[in-house]
Ligand binder design. Structure first.
Ligand code: FES
Length: 121
């Protein structure tokens, strides 16, 4: 089953909305943000910058609810801090534990001129 469209979620930000400065997100690293009531998880790995609606499909808690360390050391997995569901960091597909058969909802992210914004696609 495919992911829901982020634009249909409550309080979805407008395309182009500012998120944060590029320097606020470590490489590699993750950053959970509240954009006017819309929970966003930014993920930066060696292969790119990704964004997800920060609600784990298991119990709809933020992935970083119990701590900010959700990116695996090899940068391939996001592991929910609540019950350890594992998701592919680049696609959001559930690949381990309670994440299997689930998917994170992707949010397009753009980075230009030292700023991170919501993308348009
Ligand atoms: S809320 Fe994420 S694994 Fe349970």
């Amino acid at each position: 089953m495919g992911a829901r469209d982020w634009r249909d979620l409550p309080r979805a930000p407008a395309p182009g909305a500012p998120v944060c400065t590029a320097g606020a997100l470590a490489e590699p690293g993750t950053l959970g943000l509240d954009l006017g009531g819309f929970p966003l998880l930014l993920v930066r790995t060696g292969i790119g910058l990704f964004g997800y609606f920060n609600a784990c499909p298991h119990q709809h808690l933020p992935l970083d609810w119990r701590g900010g360390r959700v990116l695996s050391a090899d940068e391939r997995l996001l592991r929910c801090s609540n019950h350890a569901a594992g998701f592919d960091a680049a696609t959001g597909q559930g690949v381990e534990g309670l994440g299997q058969g689930c998917v994170l909802i992707p949010v397009p992210i753009e980075e230009t001129g030292g700023e991170i914004r919501i993308g348009s696609s």
